[in-house]
Design a protein around this ligand. Sequence first.
Ligand code: GDP
Length: 301
Amino acid sequence: MFKGLRESLSRTRQSVFGQIVNVLGAGEITEETWEDVEALLIQADMGVPTTLELIDRMQERVSSEGLFRTDQLVEAMKEELRGMLTDPPEFEMEKPRQLTIAMVVGVNGSGKTTTVGKLAHYYKERGKRVMMVAGDTFRAAAIDQLKIWSERAGVPIVSGEPGGDPAAIIYDGIRATRGRGYDLLLVDTAGRLHTKFNLMKEIEKIYNVARRSVHQAPHEVLLVLDATTGQNALVQARKFGEAVNVTGVVLAKLDSTAKGGMVFSIYQELGVPVRFIGTGEKIEDLAPFDPDAFVDGLFEE
Ligand code: GDP
């Protein structure tokens, strides 16, 4: 079942975590061991603060538990890595309720449109009635792209004219679901906003329309990050985090990168759970994020 996750980790595994066992070799933990571990983790795009935090925790364990062999260190590392991926709060998209509204945010090129298509497919396959809203009215191409994904997923889409008011389209989308048994409204949003002020204004408007129309909406704000950009994605994530309450990350393109270590910095530095990973370009290439499978997949041969 987690084949998608395991396979998408192959680059990260082959170039980094799988190497840890080799690089450390079999023997005793030395000063050099710590230097090697640090270099590998930074190479996996875990980020400096998260790497140092992990090394701190491992050093504590080494002294408190009297570990001295490198194989013991690898085991301790797996446990500490798993501990960093704290169990997330309940996922609102899985809850039964009248209508769940999920905003999908992220910069252009991150994989946002593809992710909206994949999410629609994913939840439709699981028996939910899904509708999309083309809230990125800045680009005609974005509306057209999303229409293609709505056809592929076989779910209806509400869209307006390019240049239209995104908040009005979201309002139309919400109205279109009324009394028709929809479970999930996926709202695409603009990703090419030149200043933070614009981003705040647009996203807040959408946020407010959702909130006024449906109880506790938007229930999720999913941030799509491009895994191939590694630590740069975290910089973007912070900017979005200043504008909206991001409830989860979808890490797109994990299959195309060795930078899978960034998952740990998403948890440690942003404090946001990863909900899904993108495992390819096709509609079914989306896997729910599973922390146990993720950590296992980093090391497995
Ligand atoms: P947007 O501008 O953020 O809406 O980005 P798109 O959804 O158009 O995606 C940008 C590119 O990334 C496209 O070529 C997608 O096929 C590709 N892409 C998106 N998600 C994934 C993924 O999980 N894996 C891979 N390999 N490619 C992806």
